[in-house]
Unconditional design. Sequence first.
Lengths: 615, 344
Amino acid sequence: MTKQIRQLDRVVIRFAGDSGDGMQLTGDRFTSETAQLGNDISTLPNFPAEIRAPAGTLPGVSSFQVHFADYDILTPGDAPNVLVAMNPAALKANLADLPRGADIIVNTDEFTKRNLAKVGYQGSPLDDDSLAGYVVHPVALTSMTIGALAEHPVSKKDAERSKNMFALGLLSWMYSRPYESTLRFLERKFAARPELVAANVAAFKAGWNFGETTENFAVRYEVKPAKMKPGTYRNITGNAALSLGLVAAGVRSGLPVFLGAYPITPASDILHELSKHKRFGVLTMQAEDEIAAVGAALGASYGGSLGVTTTSGPGVALKSETISLAVALELPLVIVDVQRAGPSTGMPTKTEQADLNMALYGRHGEAPVAVIAPRSPSDCFFAALEAARIALTYRTPVILLSDNYVANGSEPWLLPDVESLPDLRVDFATEPNGEDGTTFLPYLRDPETLARPWAIPGTAGLEHRIGGLEKADKTGDISYDPANHDFMVRTRAARIETIPVPDIEVEDPDGDARVLVLGWGSTYGPIGAACRGVRQRGLSIAQAHLRHMAPMPANLGEVLRSYDRVVIPEMNLGQLAHVIRARYLVDAISYNQVRGLPFTAAELETTLEEVLKNV
Amino acid sequence: MSEPVALKLTAKDFKSDQEVRWCPGCGDYAILAAIQQFMPELNIPRERTVFVSGIGCSSRFPYYMNTYGLHSIHGRAPAIATGLSVSRPDLSVWVVTGDGDALSIGGNHLIHALRRNVNLKILLFNNRIYGLTKGQYSPTSEVGKITKSTPAGSADAPFNPLSLALGAEASFVGRTIDSDRKHLQSVLRAAAEHEGSAFVEIYQNCNIFNDGAFDQLKDPSTRDDYLIRLEHGQPITFGADGRFCVVHPPGGFGLEVRETSSVRPEEIVVHDATVTDPAYAFALSRLPGLDLRNTPIGVFRSVDRPSYDSVVQEQLATAKAKVTETPEQQLAGLLGSGDTWTIL
């Protein structure tokens, strides 16, 4: 049977099922196949905090959304064109996000009376007209998978578990994806159990062949490769990129990286990743608690390592006292906060940007630190290098504010040339620096960076004592002198405030925009997509995005004041807007959402158009 | 390996230029002097020695040692020292802490450093009171202690620091007294020689807020009858002419003190610090009464167990041994690992 082939410029697919259905893996494989084809991609995993929530229930639904296109895209897409629903719960939980006319592929085997009742369906939505506005493809996914594996020496349970590969095969056929990487992946994943490799490959092929032969699917789609810069790419999540950035910081500084971490969602993957890279001299320690994790990292920095600690908001709160000690000791320290929805345990697997205040101000005393926020998954790599650069050059704690959206989302990454990465080499103090030629002054500063010498234990002649008590300028001796304290507090503030950071750039292709949208961190994609939408309607709008939250770019005030209105969308209740108003006396419009999900481009577009109307 | 060069350091080399600011008469002075006198014996260069402390009177200690020193925050010294020690196995890292610092706010870090067997020498100055905050009861204060924060007497039971350390899998546990320099140095010597965590409780007198807390152990008229001086390989007897001894009563779980004349010589326990089962050292740690009678001092336990530092460094060395590329080449390989694609 010859199938019609239709060209599309972009598609958004959402794979949804029970937490145990392997939807994250399915989405991940589809993404990898799509990357191989050369489409631009952006992904959004969305899963519950519970490892195995009760099967078939709404809280147990796990989903993975992938957006791919033949042009550069900025977000995982607002609304799916295709929903793969592995059970009634997945259908019910996701239906509201689907636009009319979307394709729904449902696993009919799971639409049993019991499963329907679990999620409150009176009858099956497949049998009434509630799905009339959609193109529904009923597929007996489970039974067809089991049927396809009848001759395979695997248990019925293992056969049933392969149904996600059937779904992947079907979708791969539907969107003409190259599948070699998936076959290689299955061989690696089940290397110890060849019968499972064969079963999963067979399930995948059964899905593919089903698409090709059934009349249920009349159309096959193609999305041509996007025009992307030449080079070698890989698909990468923010947490993976951040981990690699830390490894790169070790290589480029020539220092051992020490990671002290306590497991916490959504930051644990960085600990897992870094623990694999011992050959780079990366030492990871799973500490007894968050406080020990940062303490050990600081101790390692004192000894000449690049000390790093990774956590999420509740962990940063616990580390606060030690970060203040690092401010007083003036030692390098990188604190990674992969933000999640708070307060308290909040929604551990959902995203939010509400730790900005804590990063900027959440310490006792005047304890300024540098703060950096990556804007996308791949930017996490460069943000980690930048955090390390500032920490090492200026001997200061640096907070890296990632969030769940960039940490678990993924995008194609043009691999950088290692030699082009910043040179982070540091000079440890080796000689006395006092005028008499024999004294060592641990708090005598470099006049340019205001950094103090980093004299590590083991260096003969530089034995010295430091601590949390206020220190006298230059000598570092304990001092209660009022003038000295005033001087040291101001110097520590100046040390951060004078770190040179790149000017903020404004994107205003029309050149006549009167409204500026200012964002920070992971909202870069949705804001950018919204601005594109606004411009496509013939309106002008400017976009600027902050990466350095402390210190802020020197030109920021001037940029803000050159627009009639400034709009600041944030996934919090206006924390950056508050800073902007206070620092620059700009009456910014704060647009906020705290739903645990990224902004959709559509909602931002509507908001921006409202502002534009009133300028 | 060549023979280590004798550094010929003296106590004076370990004195920093900082004015010592403990209260006159504080037991800390005696401990400081004993340690400064003892350090040259280790023949470790001053620059490779680091003292890390938390908060409290005892935690000012690093300022007075002419080595590297880090005066950190309350309770966190074992955590900070762990990061330093495991990443710098060439250093000799000492933690100085107190009963409040180590057992109250920093209890978690202490027990985890001990279970990991980090190569730290942990000196706990126990004066059974909060000194720096001016006299509140501590987690080693006796029940009923009347202090500023417990005018009606403290209601909570104290920790026995050695029992706690043993429960936390400590591989070396000892106890000594601030005023007995010779004994203090002998315990430190054994601690310094131990690979892994060495936990030493030092009874220290706070003459301002808890004066005389250990007088029975110091007063010539009582000390011999109160103190049990543990000697590895020797039967445990004490008191004038060895009139008391320690036995393991049949059917009991622990150890008990008896009149030596009332038992057969073979019933007297011969001290062995290397016994693998911590129950023995634990039983020793339970001997003292509320009045400090039957207080053992010396090395309770000293067993071989790989240190955390050595295991971690071995893992790093194993991983690095396979490397043939430059770090930059390795990094390029790592960045380009997994599924990649090339756009021309």
